[in-house]
Ligand binder design. Structure first.
Ligand SMILES: *Cc1c(COP(=O)(O)O)cnc(C)c1O
Length: 365
């Protein structure tokens, strides 16, 4: 047969499964499935975005200069060591492409972010999955898999979908155990939800030439629709990413919105506080449901991974919640068929989903 055939390593990719916004029968649901900010975004960011609609014929700044300078000032880092991307997803893919290829290894931890798998396979690299420790990163298990073929190690911290966090000392120990030619990627998509904003990762990247930090405007800043991410690291690493990125990879509106969002520190603080209060509330509510076999993994993000170890399965709860109007994330494809990931929502959404879940558990007891 004479027909186009994709490369085998591309054929082996399972396409990314996004969080759903509708039920299987097409109803619009309360969406607690994609870790979006329930408070929306900064009003200033929305205004900045609309203001850009008067100049749509012009290409955006290809270098994201003003945004990088704003990031550099906010984090006290060199703006020349930052590259922006079409979401941090693009940057994760570029890192894999830039540093690994056929025959090389890329390691990530089981229950890590699903994009790492896709990024590694796209690069034709071998995917090496390290066993987890209590659903989180096990530094020793990870280091045990490092060989002279290892080129990239991806660690999300806090991790998605489990919410686990690896402390600064453990991350430093991981870095110290890696060979100098291996890039350690610390994905801080949820860094702004940490009390201290996770500065130790930036410091590690400042001091070493094989550490990259990725961050995003999609989560606490509430700009997921605009696809804006950024990456910080040694000049040599950033030069690689600039070689392989698309020329105009962040829209003009996105750049303007991100700059305004970064300046609105009140909105970020309010979002972090809202999340902390309601995450605690949800944890307490789930603890009261432990008699139904529910177990919550401690989370440092804007979501909770809840394990269903009683008579009601995660799958049953997932479909029943959908019938009640709530969409959460069920991830059997990532080996988490026994759990549901639930994004912290507004007060009404949180109370609503907990009340619906309580009834579902009682009905399936
Ligand atoms: C959401 C998320 C990202 C990517 O977000 P973008 O919208 O592409 O910036 C990256 N890593 C983790 C762990 C995430 O949860």
């Amino acid at each position: 047969m004479n027909t186009p055939i994709a490369k085998p390593w591309i054929e082996a990719i399972s396409a990314y499964t996004p969080g759903k916004a509708k039920s299987d029968d097409g109803r619009v649901l309360i969406k607690l499935s994609a870790n979006e900010n329930p408070l929306g975004c900064s009003p200033a960011a929305a205004t900045a975005l609309v203001d850009k609609s008067t100049s749509l014929a012009r290409y955006p700044d290809p270098a994201c200069t003003a945004l990088r300078e704003a990031l550099g000032a906010a984090y006290e880092i060199d703006s020349d060591q930052i590259v922006c991307g079409t979401g941090s997803d693009e940057l994760l893919n570029l890192i894999a492409m830039g540093y690994a290829g056929a025959g090389d290894d890329i390691i990530y931890v089981r229950y890590g972010f699903s994009v790492y798998d896709i990024a590694a396979r796209k690069a034709a690299a071998n995917v090496i999955v390290a066993p987890d420790k209590d659903y989180g990163t096990d530094v020793d298990a990870l280091l045990a898999l490092v060989t002279d073929k290892t080129r990239v190690v991806f660690v999300a911290n806090p991790n998605n979908p489990t919410g686990t966090y690896t402390d600064d000392a453990e991350i430093a120990r991981l870095h110290a155990g890696l060979p100098g030619n291996c890039v350690l990627v610390l994905d801080q998509a949820y860094g702004e939800y940490l009390e201290d904003d996770g500065p130790a990762a930036l410091e590690l990247a400042r001091r070493h030439d094989n550490v990259l930090i990725t961050r995003t405007f999609s989560k606490i800043y509430g700009l997921a629709a605009e696809r804006i991410g950024w990456c910080y690291g040694h000049a040599g690493l950033i030069a690689t990413l600039n070689r392989v990125r698309a020329p105009f990879n962040v829209t003009a509106a996105g750049q303007a919105a991100a700059i305004a969002a970064l300046a609105d520190t009140d909105f970020v603080t309010r979002s972090r506080q809202h999340n902390a209060i309601w995450r605690d509330w949800m944890v307490t509510e789930f603890a009261a449901l432990s008699n139904h076999g529910l177990k919550v993994i401690p989370s440092w993000g804007n979501f909770l991974m809840v394990l269903f170890e009683g008579t009601c399965s995660a799958e049953t709860a997932y479909h029943a919640l959908m019938a009640e109007g709530y969409i959460v994330r069920w991830l059997p494809g990532q080996g988490l068929g026994n759990g549901l990931r639930i994004t912290i929502g507004t007060e009404d959404e949180n109370r609503g989903v907990m009340s619906a879940l309580r009834q579902i558990l009682d009905a399936n007891a």
